[in-house]
Design a protein around this ligand. Structure first.
Ligand SMILES: Nc1ncnc2c1ncn2[C@@H]1O[C@H](COP(=O)(O)OP(=O)(O)OP(=O)(O)O)[C@@H](O)[C@H]1O
Ligand SMILES: [Mg+2]
Length: 235
């Protein structure tokens, strides 16, 4: 088991936090070998220049123990092209969050490489069921999951072949195969992410819920850009 993963979980438990912070979620995915957009955590706008290390364009996101859906409170700003734009975006996010939530705490900001357009957004989820233990979910992002409930499930441990079945099983699979001239996305990369997510849920017993949303899939690979982890522990 990864020392980094244990450190992240123990820190959250010691602070009695049930939601992992954005950069902690990214560190967990990284610990399990799930590819992700390069990122850096900053405390405030004075560290905006750290985006230079990632390369532009970047995305700025609020990091808060109190906010579940960052976009809903103006906490995500895409397409920043230099450190001055990053600095401004961080200030704007602060104002947005204050206006929309009033008192949500802000721990800092996640700066992330902005992945190119043209990818397909998918979701890899996990829940801990009292009977089946960890169950992994796969579906396409947006309306496909929320409106059409077009998802597939497997009980962990999920093998690479089961992961490929999960992907092929959803009704919207044709979208992953390429439509209207779009190239097919890399199914093997997605299947590998599902297997790694299954390992994570099996090993990290305190994780009660996982929502990697979205993973952005391309013809040559797939990368996580957001993840929410909820913990369950007795204090
Ligand atoms: N690094 C990135 N590169 C490209 N697009 C991104 C990136 N990060 C976020 N996005 C886009 O912005 C959207 C919202 O980002 P994100 O999922 O981080 O915020 P969120 O509001 O917490 O989402 P949700 O509440 O739906 O889980 C993503 O679905 C994606 O379309
Ligand atoms: Mg999200």
């Amino acid at each position: 088991m990864s020392a980094k993963a244990i450190e992240v979980i123990n820190k959250a438990i010691s602070e009695n936090r049930r939601k992992l912070l954005e950069h902690e979620s990214m560190a967990l995915l990284e610990a399990y070998g799930i590819p992700l957009a390069p990122y850096v955590f900053i405390q405030d706008e004075s560290e905006a220049h750290k985006a230079d290390n990632i390369g532009y364009p970047v995305v700025a996101k609020v990091v808060s123990p109190d906010i579940v859906h960052k976009s809903d409170v103006g906490g995500v700003i895409l397409g920043l092209n230099n450190w001055r734009e990053v600095e401004q975006a961080v200030k704007t996010i602060k104002l947005n969050v204050k206006e929309k939530t009033g008192n949500a705490r802000i721990t800092g900001f996640l700066l992330q490489k902005m992945l190119p357009r043209g990818g397909v957004e998918v979701i890899v989820g996990g829940i801990r069921d009292p009977v089946f233990d960890a169950v992994i979910m796969f579906g396409l992002g947006g309306v496909f999951v929320e409106v059409f409930k077009d998802v597939s499930f497997r009980v962990t441990p999920v093998s690479i072949n089961e992961a490929k079945e999960m992907i092929r099983e959803i009704k919207s699979f044709t979208i992953l195969q390429g439509y209207r001239g779009a190239p097919p996305v890399n199914i093997d990369s997605l299947a590998e992410i599902i297997v790694k997510a299954s390992q994570l849920m099996s090993e990290l017993r305190e994780v009660s819920e996982m929502d990697i949303n979205p993973v952005i899939a391309y013809p040559d690979g797939a990368y996580a850009v957001d993840a929410r982890f909820l913990l369950n522990f007795k204090h």
